[in-house]
Design a protein around this ligand. Structure first.
Ligand code: CA
Length: 479
């Protein structure tokens, strides 16, 4: 076998030297086997397939077998156990190294945590011993009990012994009138410094707003968001006036809602709704045709009468709702009318009537006042002017006005969604001042704003929408 192999290999090695001679020899070796010897011809001559004939083909087949044998022998000589062990896989080695490293890290972490546990156990033991020691100490003498102040007794708030309760301190807030002077707590002087700090914090809590008390008159503090009650159905209702009688009389009462749409050539219809719900539904229970045309949005109702400015005149009319007839008429002396001194939005809002806790008012201007707002208190029965005040704010510089508790308030803009009430004039002191109270024109065209003292609300007509605003009144702020 080896001999055959060596012969074949010799033949292959000789192949290069014999490339220029294409030849084949055949003979028997010493053991009688058939022996072939060949040389390869030059590349040009190998193209001839007949060169070696069947003998060459047989030689090729045998050579292939030999090559397979050589490969198997080589593998047998170098393979087996050597193949598995001699090629260590680097991935496995790397993973092994990593696992070992992680194990070492975890071991270190475990040792550290064990140390911490030991430390905590040691501290717990110390604290337990300290607690035990304190329990075994004799109690200090008790602080004498401080009697609760009379005001707290009256309120049913009892202070526990020692005055050390957090709740008891928080309860000593100023009373609803904002006066904390009567709530001196004598226990504070016995308190620890920590409690003194708490007292300072409590004192800083702002006093409750006096506006929480809505039973009496006060200065306007704030105006709420508008609430829409009804939207007018057609163009006649883009501007208008709606109102309730704060001191209503039979047969209508104070729940009756009155409404005038003020766009049109002949504004005389007065709609009456039994209550706000009927207004919201749009079902009037009464429609009155007034004897004189109405000018603009300045009308009001008071004690069973509708008060309004007659169209294109300074004439005021008191229309009695029960008898459905004019009860009084009178010119408002020197009052501008029909576009002479309107509010900033125009609309012939020269004369604006208003009702508050003190009665009936007219807001207007005169040539003598040169466009400044004049306020006149009127006799509700005869329409005579009882007293007048001249302010220093121009009527056409503000969007509208209303009177609460004898104080006139003006609204800066009729279109800005977020505007302010910018001025207040107090008829009691005959003094005016700038104010800044947020006011919302939700629908961006507010053509009427008036105060209703029974509802403690502002009524307004904002671009087809009949809206109302909650208000808060408070104490005048010290200046
Ligand atoms: Ca008004």
């Amino acid at each position: 076998m080896f001999l055959l192999l060596s012969l074949c290999m010799c033949g292959l090695l000789l192949r290069g030297d014999a490339q220029d001679r294409a030849a084949l020899w055949r003979g028997n070796d010493r053991s009688g086997r058939c022996q072939y010897t060949f040389t390869v011809p030059s590349p040009a001559e190998t193209s001839c397939p007949q060169t070696g004939g069947p003998e060459v083909e047989g030689l090729k087949a045998r050579l292939s077998m030999l090559e397979v044998l050589v490969a198997q022998m080589t593998a047998g000589a170098t393979g087996g156990p050597q193949r598995a062990g001699a090629r260590p896989q680097p991935e496995l080695q790397e993973a092994l190294n990593r696992a070992v490293g992680e194990k070492n890290l975890l071991q270190g972490e475990k040792e550290r945590l064990e140390q911490e546990v030991g430390e905590l156990q040691r501290r717990m033991e110390e604290m337990r011993r300290e607690t035990e020691r304190l329990r075994n100490r004799p109690c200090p003498p008790q602080t004498p009990m401080v009697p609760p102040s009379p005001s707290l007794q009256g309120g049913g708030l009892m202070r526990p012994a020692g005055g050390s309760s957090l709740m008891s301190h928080l309860m000593t807030r100023p009373n609803r009138q904002g006066d904390s002077s009567s709530l001196r707590d004598s226990a504070w002087q016995y308190g620890s410094p920590g409690f003194q700090e708490l007292k300072a914090e409590v004192t800083e809590v702002p006093a409750p707003d006096a506006s929480e008390d809505n039973t009496g008159c006060g200065e306007l503090v704030s105006v709420g968001e508008p609430v829409t009650h009804r939207k007018a159905d057609n163009i006649e209702g883009k501007y208008g006036v709606w109102m309730q009688d704060p001191e209503g009389v039979s047969p209508y009462g104070s729940n009756m809602v009155w409404r005038i749409d003020t766009i049109g050539a002949d504004v005389r219809k007065l709609f009456g709704y039994e209550d706000m719900e009927q207004l919201s539904k749009g079902f009037p229970s009464k429609v009155l045709l007034l004897p004189e045309q109405v000018e603009s949005t300045g009308a009001t109702v008071y004690r069973g009468s509708l008060y309004y400015q007659r169209r294109r005149s300074r004439t005021l009319i008191r229309y009695d709702l029960a008898s459905e007839s004019v009860a009084a008429r009178r010119d408002l002396p020197h009052a501008g009318f029909h576009g002479q001194y309107p509010y900033s939005w125009g609309g012939y809002t020269d004369i604006d009537l208003a009702v508050d806790e003190q009665g009936l008012w007219a807001v207007y201007s005169t040539s003598k006042a040169k466009g400044a707002i004049v306020i006149s208190q009127l006799d509700p029965h005869s329409l005579e002017v009882k007293k007048s005040w001249e302010t220093n704010i121009r009527k056409n510089s503000v969007a509208n006005s209303f009177i609460i508790c004898g104080k006139l308030y003006t609204v800066a803009s009729y279109t800005a969604p977020d505007t302010i009430i910018n001025y207040m004039y107090d008829t009691e002191s005959s003094q005016g001042k700038a104010v800044n109270i947020p006011f919302r024109n939700k629908h961006r065209y507010n053509s009427m704003i008036d105060y209703n003292l029974a509802q403690r609300k502002l009524f307004a007509w904002d671009n087809f929408h009949m809206v109302s605003y909650d208000i808060k009144l408070g104490r005048p702020q010290a200046n």
